[in-house]
Design a protein around this ligand. Sequence first.
Ligand code: BES
Ligand code: MN
Ligand code: ZN
Length: 503
Amino acid sequence: MLDIAFAKAALPKTGVAVLPLVEGAALAGQGAALDKLLSGGLTAALKAAEFTGKKGQSVTLYGPAGLKRVLVLGLGKIEELTVRKAEEFGGTAQTMLTKEATASILADALSEKLAAHMALGARLRGYRFDKYRTTQKDDEKTKLAGLKFLVAEPAKASAFYTPLAAVAEGVELTRNLVTEPANVLYPEEFADRTEALKKLGVKVEIFNKKDLEKLGFGSLLSVGLGTARESRMVVMQWLGVSGFKDDKKGKKSKDPVAPIAFIGKGVTFDTGGISIKPAAGMEDMKWDMAGAGAVTGLMAALAGRKAKVDAVGLIGLVENMPSGTATRPGDVVTSYSGQTIEILNTDAEGRLVLADVLYYAQERFSPKYMVDMATLTGAIIMSLGQEYAGLFSNDDELAEKLIAAGKTTDEKLWRMPLVPMGESYDKSINSPIADVQNISSGKGGGSITAAQFLQRFVNGKPWAHLDIAGMAWTGKDGPTTPKGATAYGVRLLNQWVADNFEG
Ligand code: BES
Ligand code: MN
Ligand code: ZN
């Protein structure tokens, strides 16, 4: 993890210094000091290189004095310099410094807030998962261990950065969970790892197979019938407003009143079951728990920054395998809601998991809002590619607020159709022998009919479903996301909470 520090602005005497410059801006602060030290040499170099400060432009100077080099980087137009742009800048700077042990960022001409977001971007872009590498050569490794941001008021920058660091911790936790192979991270192991949130003040309850049988989770449990790995559900509670009442006299805290509920699909591996998937690309299905991973990282982020909100996170953890004990196409199961489900395709398993967890979340908590995240359908990748997650909601205002939060964090959402029960898309999941069937009898619109299926288990609560199948994993590096697990959703929902519930 990249070590971030903020210090009082003073020209560094050694190492590498980065100077961010806004388009058309005159040199100020340490930039001006450096220019003076060079008797105008910086101004001359920028002029010679036709550096204007456009985003992406860079100029390198070697020296002066003890300094190894100065890297001048364009920040783009001042009026377009949002916190997100600052994060992207930090991410880009990180990639240009990987061969250095440390570097200083001369950020004293910028606000402390922007400096803090630069630091966040650098940290997020610097994420690595090297746990299973044993033969990496030294020159292949990232050396960069720390970044020092030189600012006008370090204490102020630190105050901005502290909650951002908690969010980064959440993102890193999610990326770690999602990247783990399925032989290591199976439902029981995932559940055990959520216990780490206890030290942040999160209440963690783990439901094992017996508990789930007792509750009547026939839908969720049907997915795990073919595997040797037991299913789990985890309920995490962060009560930033009402707090926990557990005391030494044994008085237990009651469940919070109308919290916000986050629900995640946690299929630790999805073979498709008896409706088995083709071999090519099946390894991707280790990240079919990215929804649950994002809910876990989000709860860590909210607790880590002590968010003023009551939030609960519920994740359904299963492995979908074919075997002699697996669910067959055509089997009928009884869900926790009491509704019966005809399972026509065992590869449409995520919705079977969410059906029970969504219903349980409502029954137990009566949440003010419910948001679920799931790598639910391949069809959403056909519809939206890897640019937008699909958003389905029964509440227009909720949908708009989520889209707005996604714009801030650059985790984009595109609203998709969802119709009331009994209408068009919904009718296509009526079963001839049970209350509902788990795939549509019509053609196409697979992400929509999946969302319609979930809606059968929603009792009129304001609810949103994010189909993140196209967003959870990326094959190419992004400005603050190295290729691999993205942790899509963590920053988005953290932002939505901050914008709407913390006053
Ligand atoms: N986990 C998959 C969806 C998925 C596909 C996620 C590709 C990420 C990348 C889900 O369980 C699934 O298999 N969905 C089926 C549904 C179909 C059987 C109705 C699909 O999308 O093909
Ligand atoms: Mn599947
Ligand atoms: Zn799946």
